[in-house]
Design a protein around this ligand. Structure first.
Ligand SMILES: [Zn+2]
Length: 271
């Protein structure tokens, strides 16, 4: 009898925790002003910027700090500025709110080993010297940076944070219900798979943004295909570099990039 009551209490607590997580997740919907998508994001753009600016020095430190080559840094800045003004132009043409809240900064990292590029919420964009040196043209660099700008404007980082909060809530609920560590671990595994899938979707969406931004800025978006070759060669059958651990396989991405080129700009970029 006591045991039955215990189970009931646990069930009620689990349901309350699960409901609370679901309500706060689905109650946080807002329209992304740039992509026009409805998103579950509990952070404001200003909070994203603050988070990014706070985390930036630590990210740089993990990759050996900033690269001393000012010329290379200048090129990176130029490409970034070109892509951003193309984005502004695109939004103006579509009568969208041009005043994007994000403050972009582009950092060339000293790391000569890890082939990687990434973006923090709010506009802090990074590329390692290892990847930078492997790229064969300014168009390819634009492809990489355009992809990272895509992560920022589509608010993927902020979305992940909201998903993780939901995940933690549901895992907590499952833990209470099962009363064991084991069931909480199971729930966490399921949740990770879901988050991974979102991660891949984020990557493909960013590839699409990379293609668009390159085109609008006057770069050849087909250069994205060359970037995939660089990533592919870098993996060389060994453990994949960081940038690819959450990314779909380069071969699959190449197929996707070809499709997007034809969808967005029919007949313009024959391969
Ligand atoms: Zn990415």
């Amino acid at each position: 009898m006591n045991n039955m009551n215990g189970i009931k209490v646990r069930l009620v607590i689990a349901v309350v925790i699960a409901l609370f997580s679901l309500v706060s997740y689905f109650g946080s919907g807002s329209e992304n002003p740039i992509t026009g998508q409805m998103q579950r994001v509990s952070m404001s753009p200003n909070q994203e910027i603050t988070l990014g600016v706070q985390a930036a020095p630590e990210m740089a430190r993990q990759h050996g700090g900033l690269h001393p080559d000012q010329k290379a840094q200048d090129l990176l800045d130029q490409v970034g500025i070109k892509l951003l003004s193309a984005l502004k132009e695109y939004m103006r043409e579509r009568s969208l709110n041009v005043a994007s809240p994000y403050k972009f900064e582009f950092h060339l990292l000293a790391d000569e080993k890890a082939i990687n590029a990434f973006a923090l919420p709010g506009g802090q964009v990074f590329i390692t010297a290892a990847l930078f040196k492997k790229l064969k043209s300014e168009d390819q660099l634009a492809g990489v940076i355009g992809h990272e700008i895509g992560h920022v404007v589509a608010r993927h980082g902020a979305q992940r944070v909201s998903q993780q909060k939901l995940t933690q809530g549901l895992v907590g609920a499952a833990g209470v219900l099962g009363g064991t560590q084991e069931s909480a671990r199971m729930a966490m595994m399921v949740a990770n798979v879901v988050n991974m899938k979102y991660g891949r979707g984020d990557e493909l969406e960013s590839d699409r943004w990379g293609i668009r931004l390159c085109h609008w800025a006057g770069y050849d978006p087909r250069a994205m295909l060359g970037v995939m070759d660089v990533l592919d060669a870098a993996s060389g059958g060994r453990a994949p570099p960081e940038m690819m651990s959450t990314h779909p396989k380069p071969a699959n991405r190449k197929e996707y990039i070809r499709r997007v080129l034809e969808e967005e700009f029919p007949g313009k970029y024959p391969i």
